[in-house]
Design a protein around this ligand. Structure first.
Ligand SMILES: [Zn+2]
Ligand SMILES: [Zn+2]
Length: 226
């Protein structure tokens, strides 16, 4: 009866082992001392509670009944699909850490909606995984400079909007005069800069040949003199 684990967050029968202690058998769910010839469950209630977290076929039929075998996938135009449903869908997918057995995360679905939704989630995951590729800092587009590039520290204010920089290895892009966005951790979104915040940028060895904004040029010169 051992169910295969579909995801790390799923419990299986093995998580509720039979247990015999000195005084006798214990309920696999609540550990109450069992009487008579029982060796697994103290009650139908305990058995059902475990079925509801480990046994997909049981969970599935419960959800289909709850939804009266109608597809509950929401439509863009409002309402739900309502087609005959024979499958049950994890709203937040298991691969995204969604609960395996929580009824809130489960809904009946027709084959067509299920297919569409799975493909959509898969694409969203792939997009989330893809780290944006960093293009050369537009402030330093001169090829010779890039070839002889090194990292220097400048203040955030001296960067042009759209410039790339790093702070402790994390990559950012200047979004506006005040804000910047992370390229490595898109969830964080934009952050407000603090005046004079020091950031790392790729800098040319010979700053005079670089295509830089006046402000950066000044900073780079100062840094180079040091
Ligand atoms: Zn029990
Ligand atoms: Zn549907």
């Amino acid at each position: 009866m051992s169910a295969e684990r579909r995801c790390p967050q799923q419990l299986t029968w093995a998580d509720f082992p039979k247990r015999k202690e000195a005084d006798g058998w214990r309920c696999r769910k609540c550990r109450v001392l069992l009487t008579g010839r029982r060796t697994s469950w103290c009650s139908r209630q305990c058995e059902r509670e475990v079925l509801l977290v480990v046994h997909w076929r049981y969970i599935r039929i419960c959800i289909l009944r709850r939804d009266k075998f109608r597809c509950q996938t929401p439509l863009e135009s409002g309402g739900v699909c309502g087609q005959m449903a024979r499958e049950v869908d994890h709203i937040v997918e298991l691969a995204d850490g969604g609960s395996f057995s929580d009824w809130v995360n489960l809904r009946s679905t027709c084959k067509e909606c299920h297919k569409k939704k799975t493909a959509k989630s898969r694409m969203a995951r792939a997009a989330a995984k893809k780290i944006p590729t960093i293009s050369p800092n537009p402030v330093f587009t001169n090829m010779r400079c890039l070839m002889a590039a090194k990292t220097i520290q400048v203040t955030f204010n001296s960067l042009k909007v759209g410039a790339y920089f790093t702070i402790k290895g994390e990559r950012f892009k200047k979004f506006s005069a005040l804000t910047y966005e992370s390229l490595d951790n898109a969830i964080l979104g934009e952050t407000y800069s603090t005046p004079g915040l020091l950031v790392d940028v790729v800098a040319p060895v010979n700053p005079t040949k670089a295509v830089v904004s006046k402000a950066v040029k000044k900073t780079v010169k100062k840094t180079a003199k040091r």
